[in-house]
Design a binder for this molecule. Structure first.
Ligand code: NOJ
Length: 563
């Protein structure tokens, strides 16, 4: 039977609209640095509740919280000691429920971070494994092996951790355990049924509390083939990433996500998930597939210069990949792991040689010099960041924003070694400065203790220049980056349309122009020369426009009359 639109009840009509996450603006909260309600210098869950109106005014569709679980903070909370609780320094489960209520009441969905590759070494399971000793059932939940050489004093392999240094650590009785990240983050054994069952329990635990979705940390590393003899580092490095690599992006990881998908679909609406999967682009659709996690991060813009050619390639490739999986694309310019995009675009471009995965290290030299060299073009970086943001917010798919980017914040380079927290800093003896510079507590007010973050000394020191970018300063300024984001998100809600775009050729290699199905057009001049303003009503621009021209490094949103 066919029914006409008029016959359908409102709830049935709602069923016809695309799921909320397909073109959402998701705002990442790094809880310990967002807002501190109890004055201990650490941001907390009541701090998020206190700023719920701010998030609503900003106009985001969802908030993704980085881990807020009990943790010794060996890796900013990505070392989880208990997956089904709130760190007492950040609040209680009741506070969490209040936060979900406060955000839902404002139409904002809640996404939480799940960290399944490793636990904290303080997790009850790991403590039990240490006590129970070699050969015990408790050690089976992790990856323990005997060492090599006399008395097994050498690690089982020469593998290195993602954060630098060896990937194996020896325990008191002489066995070694695998940790692909910090020493305090032992890798779990995903062949173990209890591990699998426990994460399903965790997903249900948060889903039952009203959580709308999950961000899956290092989704591509859970399953491993550790058949003896283990390969050396050189042998590992020579292997292709074809689904059979012993450690990375194995095909069998999708058995886990197929099971999780069934759990997500038990809920109404189904819970969503987004994969953090650093894999070959051809394999991203496996994670983004509707029978797997449903969406995957695309980090290509984190590794691109502010360059029209690179941006167009990234957009075209990722729209194709999204189409191949049936998912929608995602766009990320900043997050808690990379140098803020205002700063990246204020430093010399990466150039052909350094692009790719290493692009994420952009700013490393500048950070090492404490922000001295190469010189940062603060103003230019911010102008380019605003243009890039408006470009991205006009694209089909979901945009993931990172707290503080709406203030146009720059990376903080001037953090003394004694105040640094990132394990990469310590594991590379300071060679890599790490990610603390984008995790500095937010400035809410130009005056007052900790720039309004809280009354206690902030857990990472804030620089004096944060005052200029404080929320209260930017709220009072119609030309501020905060005003631009608010305006853009409000307009995006009214302009949002089908998940496609059509490129319009500009005749200039440094200018991109695309049109969405309803006539919403986005033009970005990446170059230094002005570009004639195309016909249409100007809805928004990232910098003031000239007389019928788009100035250098500026994005404009247009709507064609009559469309
Ligand atoms: C990716 C997270 O984004 C990062 O912050 C963390 O250090 C690693 N995974 C390890 O959990």
């Amino acid at each position: 039977m066919t029914i006409s639109v008029d016959d359908r009840r409102p709830d049935e009509l709602e069923d016809q609209s695309p799921p909320w996450w397909r073109q959402a603006v998701v705002y990442q909260v790094y809880p310990r640095s967002f807002a501190d309600a109890n004055g201990d210098g650490l941001g907390d869950i009541p701090g998020v509740v206190a700023r719920a109106d701010y998030l609503a005014e900003l106009g985001v569709d969802a908030v993704w919280l980085s881990p807020f679980y009990p943790s010794e903070l060996a890796d900013g909370g990505y070392d989880v000691a208990d997956y089904r609780d709130v760190d007492p320094r950040l609040g209680t489960l009741d506070d969490f429920d209040d936060m979900v209520g406060a955000l839902h009441a404002r139409g904002i969905r809640v996404v939480v971070d799940i960290v399944p590759n490793h636990t904290s070494d303080r997790h009850a399971w790991f403590q039990e494994a240490l006590e129970a000793g070699r050969g015990s059932a408790a050690r089976e939940r992790y990856i323990f092996r005997e060492g090599k050489g006399p008395q097994g004093a050498e690690p089982p392999t020469d593998w290195v951790s993602v954060f630098g240094g060896p990937a194996w650590e020896r325990v008191a009785d002489g066995q070694w355990y695998l940790h692909n990240f910090a020493t305090e983050q032992p890798d779990l054994n995903w062949d173990h049924p209890e591990v699998r069952a426990d994460f399903v329990r965790t997903l249900r635990f948060w889903s039952d509390r009203g959580v709308d979705g999950f961000r899956i940390d290092v989704a591509h590393m859970l399953t491993k083939d550790l058949t003896e003899p283990l390969p050396s580092r050189a042998e590992l490095d020579a292997l292709p990433f074809d689904g059979k690599h012993p450690l990375i992006d194995r095909d069998d990881v999708h058995e886990i996500y197929a099971e999780w998908r069934k759990v997500f679909n038990e809920y109404d609406p189904p819970r969503t998930a987004v994969a953090e999967a650093w894999v070959d682009p051809s394999r991203v659709p496996l994670y983004a597939h509707p029978e797997s996690l449903g969406q995957a991060f695309n980090f290509d813009l984190l590794q691109s210069d502010f360059d029209a050619g690179q941006f167009r390639q990234v957009v075209s490739d990722n729209l194709d990949l999204a189409a191949a999986s049936g998912s929608s694309s995602t766009w990320v310019l900043s997050n808690h792991d990379v140098v803020r995009h205002a700063t990246r675009y204020g430093l010399p471009p990466l150039g052909e040689q350094q692009r790719g995965r290493d692009g994420i290290k952009q700013g490393a030299e500048w950070l090492r010099s404490g922000g001295a060299e190469p010189a940062l073009d603060r103003e230019g970086g911010l102008r380019r960041a605003r243009a890039a943001t408006l470009f991205v917010l006009g694209l089909p798919g979901s945009a993931y924003l990172y707290q503080g980017e709406e203030l146009g914040l720059h990376e903080v380079a001037e953090i003394p070694a004694s105040e640094r927290q990132d394990p990469t800093f310590f594991r590379t003896a300071g060679e890599e400065i790490g990610r603390d510079g984008c995790r500095v507590p937010l400035p809410w007010t130009a005056e007052g203790p900790a720039f309004g973050f809280g009354v206690g000394a902030p857990h990472i020191p804030q620089p004096g220049w944060f005052a200029e970018s404080a929320v209260d300063v930017e709220e009072a300024d119609a030309g501020s980056t905060l005003s631009l984001y608010r305006h853009a998100l409000e307009l995006r809600h009214t302009l949002q349309t089908g998940e496609t775009l059509e490129w319009i050729e500009t005749g200039r290699p440094d200018v991109l122009h695309f049109r969405r199905p309803n006539g919403w057009e986005v033009v970005t001049n990446f170059g230094a020369e002005q570009y004639p303003l195309p016909a249409g009503d100007v809805e928004l621009s990232s910098s003031p426009l000239g007389d019928a021209v788009i100035p250098a490094e500026t994005t404009v949103w247009l709507v064609r009359p009559g469309e």
